[in-house]
Design a protein around this ligand. Structure first.
Ligand code: DHB
Ligand code: FE
Length: 287
């Protein structure tokens, strides 16, 4: 049986990818940010997941206002890197896990979560920046990645509660896969930020820190936060935090918090990062 042994949540600011790609990670502005991921890189190098389910949002790279899937799962064998305006990032292409992805898609749909199945898709900073933060700059990503894209760009995004329940269904799906894979789930985006309008640049550290606590210890309560509260308190793009709730739903109610990092600013965004281990599934280290 496959199992989900841990969750990783992190912001996905595109400038973080550009800083790494252009050799600026030791600059005074960026060094404190990358320092917050040093532990994480060691942790994941030891944990060696067999596969990652990476929950992220597409930023008008693969989808557009022509086609807006609420929840989409990537079932392809490979996902090329999207060109977001400056050429594709010079990072390895993302290798998928079609067998597990199709299993999860089937299980979710029969479990009444009507996923969009995607067989061809380019992936943008929402997916590649979290991989870079966790793995650095390898010649190839060390394990297959199943992209799970969520619409948080065009109203209405899914509710936090729906995302949390999807996480629980993902866990059921993974646990009904016969091969004994150790799977990590990433929830990306957030924390407070607003990229447009009169409130552009808004950061609310008090909201963010409180969200981190509730997310870890009272996830059901965090899942009940209405959209308007994110937008009002933490800026329009903080709505990306609903994606973290998918990862949280796939974990135990009581988790082990092994790492927390919070840093302001990175571009226009407050960066939050957690590593949470399940307490009921086997340990993190690969046997
Ligand atoms: C920024 C943050 C995002 O989440 C994003 O998708 C694009 C830009 C930023 O802070 O610049
Ligand atoms: Fe974003």
């Amino acid at each position: 049986m496959a199992s989900i042994f841990a969750g990783v949540t992190t912001s996905h600011v595109p400038a973080i990818g550009a800083a790494l790609d252009n050799g600026k990670s030791t600059d005074a502005y960026w060094q404190p940010l990358f320092a917050g991921y040093e532990f994480s890189k060691r942790w994941i190098a030891e944990a060696k997941p067999d596969a990652i389910i990476l929950v992220y949002n597409d930023h008008a790279s693969a989808f557009s206002l022509d086609l807006i899937p609420t929840f989409a799962i990537g079932c392809a064998a490979e996902f090329p890197i999207a060109d977001e305006g400056w050429g594709p990032r010079a990072v390895p292409p993302v290798t998928g896990h079609p067998e597990l992805a199709w299993h999860i898609a089937a299980s979710l749909i029969l479990d009444e979560f009507d996923m969009t199945i995607v067989n061809k898709m380019e992936v943008d900073h929402g997916l590649t920046v979290p991989l870079s933060l966790m793995f650095g700059q390898p010649a190839a990503w060390p394990c297959p990645v199943i992209p799970l894209a969520v619409n948080v760009v065009q109203y209405p995004p899914p509710s936090g509660h729906r995302c949390y329940m999807l996480g629980k269904a993902i866990r059921r799906a993974v646990e009904s896969f016969a091969a004994p894979l150790r799977v990590a789930i990433f929830g990306t985006g957030g924390m407070s930020h607003q990229l447009q309008g009169p409130r552009a640049g808004l950061i609310n550290s008090e909201f963010d820190r409180n969200f981190l606590d509730r997310f870890v210890h009272e996830p059901r309560q965090a899942a009940g936060i209405p959209h308007i509260e994110y937008v009002r308190e933490a800026g329009s793009e903080s709505i990306e935090l609903v994606m973290w709730l998918i990862a949280r739903g796939a974990l135990d109610d009581v988790v082990r918090e092994v790492h927390r990092f919070y840093h302001v600013p990175a571009s226009n965004t407050a960066v939050g990062h957690l590593i949470l281990e399940n307490t009921t599934t086997q340990g993190t280290k690969k046997p």
